[in-house]
Design a protein around this ligand. Structure first.
Ligand code: ZN
Length: 123
């Protein structure tokens, strides 16, 4: 099994390499294949909330607000490069892609934190 890893360089050109891959349990949904709908994820509900609205509690735990996992599309498993069998050049390519991804995620998390802070000041 192979997985196509894409990497877009600054000029806008996309490099693609097919790397050996294996299945692993999806981290996003922890192998459930679904997760709470966006907007409810990260929200914290207390037992008091549920006590006030028993129907909501039933729906919540019954998966009524679950949507298919965006990461694995409900497959419960995702394909990841099999690092142990990569050649040196493949490993270098993967390192580069992961580093860029990490930087991007960090930047997004930073912007998100800023947005939240701004919203906090407004009210
Ligand atoms: Zn998933």
């Amino acid at each position: 099994m192979k997985i196509a890893i894409k990497y877009t360089i600054k000029s806008g050109r996309t490099l693609t390499r097919n790397l050996p891959a294996q299945f692993t349990v999806c981290e996003e949904c922890r192998g459930k294949g679904s997760h709470l709908v966006e907007g409810m994820r990260g929200a914290v509900y207390t037992w008091e909330d549920f006590a006030e609205d028993p129907e909501f509690q039933t729906d919540y735990f019954g998966g009524a607000y679950d949507v298919p996992c965006e990461t694995c599309r409900g497959e419960r498993l995702v394909t990841v490069p099999e690092r142990e069998v990569l050649t040196r050049s493949e490993a270098r390519f993967l390192d580069m892609v992961e580093r860029v991804q990490f930087e991007r995620e960090r930047e997004e998390a930073y912007l998100e934190a800023e947005r939240r802070a701004e919203m906090g000041y407004r009210w």
